[in-house]
Design a protein around this ligand. Structure first.
Ligand code: TA6
Length: 270
């Protein structure tokens, strides 16, 4: 382990199949580069690295709520997990020349276990357990808010959601019917796709790359690019960075929030 920017503890993982990096702060995956490829995750050059701020880029963990906290406007956007000091519980080589690590967080009444496998595939698995001593069922939202590095967001296509209705957060959160078309980004895009277990394909001809985003245990997929004006309003996002990235997020939000019984568990895996 090493000290990264801001003095945050950073775990650098190097295996024949891939290289990776993860901060204990937020259990934040900040780098994944399969052997023979360019980095797959995007990181902002303006990101904060501080215990009281989220890291911009990579794979933020949104939990136990997504977006603003509707009951407490002072609570941090996207919840507590990405600001939490997670504990490393295991690191091990995988059978396919990769390397995996496991981190835990106690965010009462929930216990979280996050397994990250850096290989020719990036495998993420977030397991949430509700303490058996809790006196009633509890609901939460989660999202693995993955920032993908692209050659130019104006030249990519996202397939897999053509038949899925969505909430358009750029148009007064109106519910919109499926377009029947693959997604192309031509302006600020912030869509919550509803009740979908579909895999997505991110086609990036500029990098001669197609990224397959498969998932289990998730009923929501969010697609986001801030475009010009929103990027300029975010201090931890460079004004000229928006063409470099697109988020495809594996989530359970809104009507698809998860309700657990005491002692119960759920696993979200993009
Ligand atoms: O996932 C899309 C989104 O909810 C956008 O509305 C935008 O707020 C983005 O997340 C980033 O949120 P953050 O709190 O990390 O700036």
């Amino acid at each position: 382990m090493s000290r990264g920017p801001g003095g945050l503890t950073k775990l650098l993982l190097d295996a024949p199949a891939a290289q990776g990096a993860i901060y204990l702060h937020g259990a934040h995956v900040a780098h994944w580069q399969p052997n023979g490829h360019t980095p797959v995750l995007w990181m902002s050059r303006q990101s904060n690295y501080a215990e009281d701020k989220p890291i911009r880029g990579g794979v933020p963990i949104c939990f136990p709520w997504f977006g603003p906290n509707l009951q407490d406007s002072k609570a941090p956007a996207h919840g507590l997990a990405r600001l939490h000091a997670w504990k490393l519980s295991a690191v091990a080589r995988t059978s396919s020349q990769g390397i995996a690590c496991e981190l835990t967080a106690d965010l009462a009444p929930f216990q979280l276990t996050y397994r990250v496998e850096f290989d020719q595939v990036l495998r993420l698995s977030l397991t949430t357990r509700l303490s058996s001593s809790h006196d009633r069922p509890a609901r939460y939202e989660d999202a693995l808010h993955t920032y993908f590095a692209v050659s130019d967001v104006r030249n990519i296509t996202i397939e897999g959601l053509q038949s899925v209705d969505y909430i358009d957060k750029v148009d007064q959160a109106k519910k919109k019917t499926a377009t029947g078309e693959a997604i192309q980004i031509t302006s600020e895009t912030d869509r919550v796709y509803l009740n979908t277990t579909h895999a997505c394909r991110l086609l990036d001809p500029g990098q001669h790359r197609t990224i397959l985003v498969e998932k289990t245990g998730s009923r929501s997929t969010i697609v986001w690019n801030p475009w010009i004006d929103k990027s300029a309003k975010m201090p931890d996002f460079g004004d000229d960075e928006w063409p470099e990235m697109v988020c495809i997020e594996t989530a359970n939000v809104g009507d698809h929030a998860i309700e657990l019984q005491p002692g119960g568990a759920h696993k979200t895996m993009p």
